[in-house]
Design a protein around this ligand. Structure first.
Ligand code: GDP
Length: 668
């Protein structure tokens, strides 16, 4: 039995369907009307526009002459002057805006090979051609809200409000720290303290954050607190890299028996860079071997001086297991929140930040947000990142459907046209038309913005608009790390300094790239690998990752950058070639090969893998040996063995073209 074609899914999104059908429409147009004819028509149109003459009916393969039969009456009803149209609009909206009757529009569309119904969405380009055909002058509407305002980087602009409109809002807290130190357990323990939440009934939903109400001991005041329930700094930094500002307080968790670990340092640096106040939670104090005092000492040595030692950082001893100290942690959060004076205006259109998103088979695109300011209502129309929508449902972390969401509260939204990205800013707008206009501007800008960031950085440096070049530094040993960090700190331009925002041993990671992205900085890698997927992240985020092999070259380069003496583009120069003579080991992305330098020198640098004069892959030489002695470089005519990182298996006879990337110095 032949299967019947699948029926459209129940609750399918009308707007998504429209988009699809538009796509089909475009195809139809092209298939039904010979391409030549379309082109000729467009060309004719353009010529007429240039001449400033009204469009004349024209003949084409599909006879369009019927559209020429315009009665004078119709002309009168049409709008005078230039009509503004959004980037996309329905046939109905088009009719309302231009004063032309729907059947007439459909007729013209049909004449152009587009089968449209009254609710069909057409894009501006199509609308403009139809309008011209009908003798209506149109232009593309500009957004009433500035596109740059929606840009996350200007969220401050979006959140601005008159002081008299502002009311206290709940703090939004992120929990960060080393793996297994108890972040998740603390989040669970806090969730369990929320009696009111438990009584609400619903099933706990992980929507990316939850809110509890805390009543400090001996107080009758109820304080709502929002916790991001994706622990760790990855999500936090990804959001910051998008320019989002959603967290007010960072709780750094350190296990009392293990103390500060590399990821703890990373988390501390992320929080410091974000400028959010830190609370230290020393966890697992129930364990034998717990040594909270030692941890306090370690915190102090990372510039987190405990309050009890005269510093600024509240340190709370907790056990997620026995729940000891959890109330104290919440008290500390309430106190910090009060000193931070967190405020928002609940009586305006909402601005919110996406903290999680995914595509659900039955519910469509879902996104969880935390409201920054305003109140979010069901039915609100919004623009969010590069998508838009209308709020169909709002669901809280108890799985309960709610109608309104106040500032600082987390909620899951259904009603997005497309899945939004984490860190995207959601902004409620007045109408669908405004949303479309705004979205257009955002899309245009978004693309430009992503591609330009390093160029921007360089120009801001040379124009003296930046006072600090922020650097995430990765190196192969503690020794080189400290030496480079020390030397970098001494580099200064006229008004620019270098600030190392994070320094650690090991390969460059996504987290490093995101940190640089969030802080408008660069990543400097000394003698360490930059995995392919990390390079991809860096490209996407517009972050420059600079690799170096020699300290003075690194310092020279950064010096030139800080002094505004470099061009934004980099230059590649080939240092030498090596012919592969033997393969000793091939393992995932690590290989050991031997070969002879055919020209120049070969060092621990990136290379292009050449086979029969074609590039077949890339990689990096991570160590060099001559017989069994480590060497820094191999000169022309010598043989060497090397450990190589490359995802492409190397074969005998391949050529490694070894190169360095350098900033292009400005011509004097
Ligand atoms: P995360 O990776 O930081 O989220 O850490 P988890 O919350 O998953 O905790 C890691 C392990 O430590 C788990 O086995 C927890 O049961 C355990 N753990 C967490 N907090 C405590 C605590 O306060 N005391 C003890 N004894 N174990 C804990």
């Amino acid at each position: 039995v032949a299967e019947a074609p699948a029926a459209p899914a129940a609750g399918a999104k009308p707007r998504a369907l429209k988009k699809e059908s538009l796509h089909v429409l475009r195809k139809l147009t092209l298939e039904d009307v010979p391409a030549e004819a379309i082109r000729a028509q467009a060309e004719e149109l353009r010529k007429e526009q240039v001449k400033g003459e009204p469009a004349q009916p024209r003949k084409s393969t599909k006879d369009l002459s019927h559209t020429a039969a315009r009665s004078n009456q119709e002309q009168i009803k049409r709008k005078e002057g230039v009509v503004e149209l959004p980037s996309q609009l329905s046939v109905k909206e088009f009719a309302e805006k231009t004063g032309v009757q729907v059947p007439k529009i459909i007729q013209v569309l049909m004449g152009s090979g587009i089968m449209a119904t009254i609710n069909q969405t057409i894009d501006y380009e199509t609308a403009a051609i139809v309008a011209d055909e009908l003798g209506v002058s149109v232009k593309k509407a500009e957004a009433s809200v500035k596109a740059e305002d929606i840009f996350s980087r200007n969220i401050e602009e979006l959140l601005k409000d008159e002081p008299e409109n502002l009311q206290v809002r709940a703090p939004v807290v992120v929990i960060m720290g080393h793996v297994d130190h108890g972040k998740t357990s603390i989040l669970d323990a806090i969730r369990e303290t929320d009696v009111a939440g438990g009584e609400a009934g619903g099933i706990t939903q992980h929507i990316g954050a939850y809110q509890i109400v805390h009543t400090p001991k001996g107080s009758s005041e109820h304080h709502p607190i929002t916790f991001l329930d994706t622990p760790g700094h990855e999500a936090f930094t990804a959001m910051r890299a998008r320019g989002a500002q959603v967290t007010d307080i960072a709780v750094i968790v350190v296990a009392a028996d293990e103390g500060i670990k590399p990821t703890t340092v990373e988390a501390i640096n992320h929080a410091k860079e974000a400028g959010v106040p830190i609370i230290a939670a020393i966890n697992k104090i129930d364990k034998t071997g717990a040594d909270p005092d030692r941890v306090k000492g370690e915190l102090a040595s990372h510039e987190l001086q405990p309050e009890e030692w005269g510093g600024k950082v509240p340190v709370v001893l907790v056990s997620a297991k026995t729940k000891q100290g959890i109330e104290d942690l919440l008290d500390a959060i309430v106190i910090i929140a009060e000193t931070e004076n967190l405020r928002a205006n609940p009586k305006r259109n909402a601005v919110a930040t996406v903290i999680e998103s995914h595509l659900d088979k039955s519910l469509g695109s879902l996104g969880s947000v935390i409201v920054n300011t305003g109140t979010l209502h069901t039915g609100d129309i919004f623009v969010c990142g590069e998508t838009m929508g209308r709020i169909r449902t709002l669901t809280d972390a108890h799985g309960v459907k709610i109608a309104d969401v106040p500032p600082s509260a987390p909620v899951r939204i259904s009603g997005f046209d497309d899945v939004p990205s984490v860190g995207d800013i959601l902004q409620v707008v007045a109408s669908e038309a405004e949303a479309r206009v705004l979205l257009d501007a955002v899309r245009e800008r978004g693309q430009l913005q992503k591609k330009r960031s390093f160029v921007d950085l360089v120009s801001r440096l040379s124009e003296g608009k930046l006072t600090q070049l922020k650097v995430v530094l990765k190196a192969d040993s503690q020794g080189s790390l400290e030496a480079i960090q020390g030397s970098l700190a001494k580099i200064t331009g006229e008004a620019v300094g270098v600030k190392v925002i994070h320094a650690a041993i090991g390969a460059v990671s996504d987290s490093d790239v995101m940190m640089a992205a969030a802080s408008d900085g660069i990543v400097v890698a000394f003698h360490v690998a930059v995995p392919v997927e990390v390079k991809r992240t860096a490209d996407q985020e517009g972050v420059k990752v600079r690799e170096y092999d020699v300290v003075y070259a690194l310092l020279d380069d950064i010096d030139a950058l800080v002094k505004g003496l470099v061009e934004a583009e980099e230059e590649e120069s080939v240092t030498g070639h090596l012919e592969v003579k033997a393969i000793f080991l091939t393992k995932k992305n690590q290989q050991i090969v031997g070969g002879r330098v055919t020209d120049g020198v070969v060092k621990r640098l990136p290379f292009r893998l050449m086979r029969a004069s074609a590039e077949v892959g890339t990689g990096r030489i991570s160590s060099l040996k001559h017989v069994d002695k480590d060497i820094k470089e191999a000169k022309e005519g010598t043989e060497c063995g090397m450990r190589v990182e490359s995802t492409t298996p190397i074969l005998e006879g391949d050529i490694l073209e070894v190169y360095v990337k350098e900033f292009k110095k400005k011509a004097e």
